[in-house]
Design a binder for this molecule. Structure first.
Ligand code: PEP
Ligand code: MG
Length: 840
């Protein structure tokens, strides 16, 4: 109770600056004047140093150094924003004296600024000093309308009664867990939206703290505005009766998202940062940042982008609230329709938009503005813009780019409110769309209209528009500057997104070169696609089966279209993750049968559940493990609690068609025998093919024994590499060194292939190495005759194998075994096995 008493005290805030203290209403910016970031006062500065108004911790200091948020010891957060729209200065004229997370005493200098420079460049010098968490504290007195010196009394605040109760309760029962954020792009829109959606299912108070800032996990917007980046340590806190379950589920979800973002990374080309200057490097050429790779020849088409009409006058709070509710519902239906069709990336992004639409923080900001007399349109726009401003002030371009998603929703909701439809573009063939900026929903519309490529004056390489363009295979450049918008409509253009250049009205020679390059690419792709249906083989006729790795039912049909000769690994985790109860036998049997049917008689290899480790189950939270990768995962978890495994085996046994079972994380024969016993109990007298993943060093070293009783072996090179090199496959800093072409891994692959051949059993590789065009010929050279790869890699893989003979693969593989590093093996493969489709 000592804590609660201390927190109940009034906190005095001292002026951080010398100047004139004015009411916040005088700030010429609706975000501040409208109290969207909180209540407080504004100081028109005469001094050039911003001081701490009280003791506390620096909660945030963006890279642009134009604002500081201080977290006082009682939890109040005070934002001091030097001047208005000063984020645009990118730090020019500002010098920070503290760092985020640093503890400061009242009066300590936080940052200095060049008053003259700001006077010339900023929209206003007025410096708002606002209480950000006004839902927990109130201002009891303020000084305005007079001159203040730095250190003079300015504001007094005190916690609300409800806050004290909540704090006392939370302190008593809160569970906390610290973890390192392993999301490649940080806590951006999609993970934030998924966490917020997951949190809805629990009663506990849930928050996530990054540095000294905390966000309610039910608000995706609040989570995003934390600006938590990759590798940052964050704390999950939960208080309430289902706190432990909630914490376990959220942790599981974070891991799952991290795993899926990493898995998706190679499929989407890595955006290449281009030099920013000079923008014009040759007459008629504009440079930009590669948002999606590729080449297109076409005509420039300026995107007509009518603004929705916003009614400014309010018809009363009730009518405006109803109008906003209706418009939000209409957009929710449109998004749900879009999320049911199209490609997975588009679906993901639309799902994040759906979560934003229901975000409690956005809604309460809009509701407050309506209550304050704003129309629905104005309120929604202000709510969105305040969040956008907060995201942009983080100073991290990746979070600033996420503002696009909110602006997209702003536009869609405003169109819905206006009763008009957002325009559907009509494009001529070969249209290279030119726009100031594109929003995700606009790009989805352009895709439907057959866009050949696009360029934007603003935007960046990691925006959702860029990610979408990569998934669509549409070349795109971003951040091209204002010069882009001067290109006349209908001008002939060559968009070389690989080189980061847009050539306008090219001369004949340039045009012909681009046409030649385009034709050659198209011919290669076409040839690969045309022959993808042929069985995999080397140039000397040696058969190498090329199968697909699948992770969802819907992937099976398209994989066959890409040339898959069957499925070498069906990961069944998708049926189990992110749900509160395990899938039933019927549910599983239906899913497996659907895959078997899509494969039209080709072999289907179903791997039993590989949960645990980096894939925890929400419905069966596991106790904390110090080393989850070495803990209860894969088959070991299955055999300890066999009910789940039994149900899964029973479902697999119901599949009609050529199905076989694959066991994850096998160490030795005892594992295989235990599962065989279960199968015999479930289907006495029936013998279904049973294979083992070779992904532990033990299994690789005992491959001869395993091959005597298992029907086939399948090398899981992802885990095998992690365990052989003793490098966590989830460790962000170790990732560059985690290469399955390390000679230590290759020697084990050779041993397994030999053992399998000696026992007359097939050996497949289903880890990531099989999809790697440099690695695949080496695996063949080591004796592997079956590769299970990502479906998109199959046409290129088959073409590459067809250009090589067995003798060349074997000679290179033998040499690789004697090399000393993965880099050397890659160099050798490039040199010795360079042929059709060889990557450089
Ligand atoms: C592997 O470890 O190589 C493998 C294919 O399994 P997963 O990536 O699903 O762990
Ligand atoms: Mg594995």
């Amino acid at each position: 109770m000592k804590l609660a008493r201390a927190q109940a005290e009034v906190l005095k805030l001292h002026s951080p600056l010398a100047g004139w203290a004015a009411p916040l209403d005088e700030a010429p910016d609706p975000v501040f004047a409208g109290r969207m970031l909180g209540d407080g006062v504004a100081v028109d500065p005469t001094g050039q140093t911003l001081h701490a108004p009280c003791d506390g911790v620096v909660a945030s200091l963006p890279a642009s150094r134009h604002a500081v948020t201080l977290r006082a010891d009682n939890g109040a957060e005070i934002l001091m924003h030097v001047g208005l729209e000063t984020v645009a200065l990118g730090g020019e004229g500002f010098e920070a004296h503290v760092a985020e997370g640093q503890r400061v005493r009242r009066g300590d200098p936080l940052l200095s600024f060049d008053l003259d420079l700001l006077a010339g460049r900023a929209r206003s010098l007025l410096t708002p000093v606002v209480l950000v968490n006004g839902e927990s504290f109130e201002i009891v007195s303020r000084v305005t309308g007079r001159e203040v010196a730095a250190g003079d009394a300015l504001l007094e605040i005190r916690p609300l009664a409800a806050t004290l109760q909540r704090v006392a309760h939370a302190e008593a029962v809160a569970l906390r867990e610290e973890l390192v954020l392993d999301l490649p792009h940080g806590l951006h829109a999609r993970p934030a939206a998924r966490l917020a959606a997951r949190a809805q299912g629990f009663r506990a108070e849930l928050s996530l703290t990054a540095g000294a800032r905390a966000a309610d996990i039910r608000s995706a917007v609040a989570l995003m505005t934390l600006g938590a980046g990759h590798g940052q340590t964050v704390t999950l806190s939960a208080a309430g009766d289902d706190a432990a379950d909630a914490l376990a589920a959220l942790k599981a979800l974070l891991r799952e998202i991290a795993a899926s973002e990493r898995a998706a990374a190679p499929a989407t080309a890595k955006p290449v940062e281009q030099p920013t200057a000079p923008r014009v490097e040759e007459p008629g050429a504009l440079r930009g940042v590669t948002a999606a790779p590729g080449l297109a020849i076409g005509v420039a088409v300026r995107l007509a982008d009518p603004e929705p009409v916003v009614t400014e006058a309010s018809r009363g709070a009730e009518a405006e609230s109803a109008a906003l509710r209706e418009a939000l519902a209409k957009v929710a239906v449109q998004l749900a329709g879009g999320a049911r069709s199209g490609h997975a990336t588009g679906q993901d992004i639309l799902a994040a938009h759906q979560a934003f639409l229901a975000d409690p923080e956005l809604r309460s900001r809009a509701d407050a503005a309506i209550a304050g007399g704003a129309s629905a349109g104005v309120a929604w726009r202000e709510a969105v813009r305040a969040t956008v401003a907060a995201l942009r002030s983080l100073g991290d371009p990746r979070f600033a780019e996420r503002a696009d998603d909110l602006l997209d929703l702003e536009r869609q909701v405003l169109f819905a409110l206006s009763g008009e439809e957002a325009p559907r573009p009509q494009l001529p063939s070969g249209a290279v769309v030119i726009a100031d900026e594109l929003l995700p929903s606009q790009l989805l519309g352009l895709e439907a209209a057959g866009v050949a490529g696009f360029c934007t004056a603003r935007g960046g390489a990691t925006s959702h528009v860029a990610i979408l363009a990569q998934a669509m295979g549409v070349p795109a450049l971003a951040a091209m500057g204002e010069g882009l918008l001067k290109i006349p409509d209908g001008a002939a253009v060559i968009l070389d997104a690989d080189a980061g250049v847009l050539r306008v009205a090219p001369d004949r020679a340039t045009f012909e070169r681009a046409q030649g390059a385009l034709a050659a690419r198209a011919a290669t792709r076409e040839a690969e696609r045309a022959s993808a249906a042929e069985p995999g083989r080397l140039s000397d006729g040696t058969a190498v089966e090329v199968l697909a790795n699948l992770g969802a039912v819907a992937e099976a049909g398209p994989a066959v279209g890409q040339g898959a000769e069957g499925c070498g690994l069906f990961r069944t985790e998708f049926l189990y993750l992110e749900r509160q109860s395990p899938p039933t036998e019927d549910e599983q049997a239906t899913a497996y049968q659907a895959v078997a049917e899509a494969l039209e008689g080709r072999p289907l290899t179903i791997r039993t559940l590989d949960a645990g480790g980096d894939k925890p189950l929400a419905f069966a939270p596991a106790p904390h493990e110090a080393n989850p990768a070495l803990g209860l995962r894969g088959l070991r978890a299955g055999l300890r609690a066999p009910a789940l495994l039994r149900t899964q085996l029973a479902a697999i046994l119901r599949v009609e068609g050529p199905v076989r079972i694959l066991l994850p994380m096998v160490n030795d024969l005892a594992d295989v025998r235990a599962v065989r016993r279960l199968l015999d109990e479930l289907a006495p007298g029936r013998r279904v093919e049973l294979g083992v993943m070779v992904e532990t060093p033990a299994a690789a070293l005992l491959a001869d024994q395993l091959a005597r009783e298992a029907d086939f072996l399948s090398l899981g090179t992802n885990d095998l590499t992690q365990y052989v090199l003793a490098m966590d496959r989830e460790h962000p800093e170790l990732a560059p060194g985690l290469d399955g072409l390390h000679p230590a891994v290759l020697r084990l692959v050779a041993r397994v292939a030999e053992a399998a051949a000696a026992a007359g059993r097939p050996a497949c590789v289903c880890g990531g190495l099989a999809s790697d065009p440099l690695a695949a010929p080496l695996l063949v050279g080591l004796g592997v005759r079956s590769l299970s790869a990502a479906p998109a890699a199959i046409p290129g893989l088959k073409a590459r194998l067809k250009a090589l003979d067995l003798a060349a693969c074997q000679a290179a593989a033998r040499a690789a075994l004697d090399l000393t590093s993965a880099e050397d093996v890659r160099a050798l493969a490039r040199e010795r096995l360079a042929g059709h489709g060889a990557p450089s």
